[in-house]
Design a protein around this ligand. Structure first.
Ligand SMILES: [Zn+2]
Ligand SMILES: [Zn+2]
Length: 183
């Protein structure tokens, strides 16, 4: 399970985005326990139905796109724009996902909503995916502050932005983390 704490697009409070397996972001869900808003990322998918071929009567090019359909279009009957001959075609489809696109500064990878746990630390964007991730970062920063060796997984540490690893930022980071814990 991959989880993200995000800002709810409706009530602007803390909401949850999750998916069982990171390879299947298209199964992602958004749930807000504050306003009960819930949706699947598939609800935000639309199809462009596309017919691109040559007319079998006059040979001229036919290029038609029917945008933003909720369902796939099985068949389209339409006249050739050049000679008017009407034929029924099976269109191909292009999937488009209308994400929220609130990309700044840090967002979840599925709905593109702002992460709930983010703050500015000395000009850097500090963020955590969720509260568990926030605790891991806190343990890391605390351990570094006391110069203890840490049991935190190295992969997590390697992925951290450089400013989190810098000694001069540790006090400010801890203050920010504690503020986010209460958020
Ligand atoms: Zn909400
Ligand atoms: Zn034609």
């Amino acid at each position: 399970m991959i989880e993200f704490a995000v800002k709810c697009p409706h009530c602007k409070k803390e909401a949850w985005v999750g998916v069982d397996d990171p390879r299947f972001y298209k199964k992602g869900m958004l749930i807000c326990k504050n306003c009960m808003h819930a949706e699947r990322i598939t609800h935000r998918q639309r199809y462009n139905a596309i017919v691109k071929r040559n007319c079998d009567e006059c040979g001229k090019r036919i290029e038609i796109i029917i945008p933003n359909q909720r369902e796939k279009v099985v068949k389209i009957t339409l006249p050739c724009p050049t000679c008017g001959t009407t034929r029924t075609y099976e269109p191909t489809h292009e999937v488009i996902t209308h994400r929220y696109n609130e990309l700044k500064p840090a967002h979840d990878p599925i709905f593109h909503l702002p992460l709930w746990l983010q703050a500015n630390v000395k000009g850097n964007v500090f963020w955590a995916y969720n509260r568990k991730h926030l605790q891991e970062i806190k343990r890391y920063v605390n351990a570094k502050l006391r110069e203890r060796t840490t049991s935190i997984g190295m992969t997590m540490v390697e992925r951290l932005p450089q400013f989190i690893k810098e000694a001069k930022n540790r006090e400010a980071l801890l203050k920010t983390i504690e503020r986010l814990e209460r958020k």
